[in-house]
Ligand binder design. Structure first.
Ligand SMILES: [Zn+2]
Ligand SMILES: [Zn+2]
Length: 307
């Protein structure tokens, strides 16, 4: 299970009620932040969720509207007496950019760890395990190194005692097999978890993509998502040419990706500051993908398993 909070929904320029892009995923006493635009710590404070528990911060790219909130946030986390390391994840250039920002956030009481995504990780969407979360990154199309992320919690298949009995597996071994461990019995027989586990169970998955042109690989990354959070820089249909020029997306393009990926729900984010009322254009998206919402700062959802 996890909770998702869309902390900031602005692109380029913050507005009085719209901070710059960031998303927080909270799970089992820990948190993962994706992007950290200006105002992230203000909106996080308004949301009332913990600063101290942010163990992982992923960056899509290093345009200011996605990272300028980082030095202040790290200082605040330090002031909350955090001492455990924080892992930062992002495309090429991560260490260089963050070390520059740390010049104005010196003396942090915790270690910063860097995980700069390799070409293989981005091209082949290798899984990165961060605590109980499985994260995949995929190259976006934004003119600078930029990635989309999916975040997933997997579920172990249910234990099937009938199968365990039928295979005559001694009772004391059941617990280990249930936890996914292979067990060798006293008589040398080897018992595999697959002998006692039932059908796969659906976990939870969200995908986050901003800033980018529409891309097939991002559609594949988003497949099977309970929630797809995607930029909708421009709501107006007549701004698609502008969106293409600036390597961004329109509502309709984001909705088309959501439809093609077969996700359950789409939230739009990263709105142009020239669009004071993003909802006014929602129909552009719902005409293509009905289950679309316009994101707003601190839009929150708790995700629980289906059964
Ligand atoms: Zn941006
Ligand atoms: Zn950008």
């Amino acid at each position: 299970m996890f909770d998702v909070c869309l902390l900031g929904t602005g692109g380029m320029l913050p507005l009085p009620n719209r901070w710059l892009t960031s998303l927080l995923v909270r799970f089992g006493g820990s948190s993962l932040l994706i992007d950290c635009g200006e105002g992230t710590q203000i909106t996080l404070r308004q949301q009332g969720w913990s600063f101290k528990d942010i163990d992982f911060i992923c960056f899509t790219h290093y345009h200011g509207d996605h990272i300028s909130g980082l030095p202040g946030l790290l200082l605040t986390m330090g002031n909350c007496d955090r001492t455990e390391p924080v892992t930062l994840i992002g495309p090429k250039g991560l260490r260089k950019v963050v070390e520059g920002l740390l010049l104005i956030a010196p003396g942090l009481p915790f270690e910063i760890r860097y995980m700069e995504l390799t070409k293989d990780q981005i091209d082949e969407q290798q899984e990165i395990q961060l605590g109980p979360l499985f994260v995949r990154a995929c190259l976006a199309d934004h003119g600078v190194p930029c990635v989309g992320y999916s975040v997933e919690i997997k579920r172990r298949p249910r234990f099937d005692p009938e199968r365990a009995k039928a295979a005559e597996i001694p009772l004391p071994y059941w617990r280990f097999l249930q936890q996914g461990q292979t067990v060798t019995g006293e008589d040398g027989r080897v018992f595999e978890p697959s002998m006692v586990l039932g059908e796969e169970r659906k976990g939870l998955k969200i995908t986050y993509c901003t800033d980018s042109r529409p891309k097939d690989t991002i559609v594949r990354l988003a497949e099977g998502s309970d929630l797809f959070i995607c930029e909708g820089m421009y709501g107006e249909a007549d701004k698609e040419e502008k969106a293409a020029q600036h390597k961004h997306m329109s509502y309709r393009e984001a909705a088309t990706m959501a439809r093609d990926a077969g996700v359950k729900e789409l939230w739009l984010t990263h709105f142009s500051p020239a669009m004071p009322a993003p909802k006014a254009f929602l129909q552009e998206a719902t005409a293509v993908f009905p289950n679309t919402r316009c994101g707003k700062d601190r839009l929150t959802r708790e995700f629980v398993y289906e059964d």
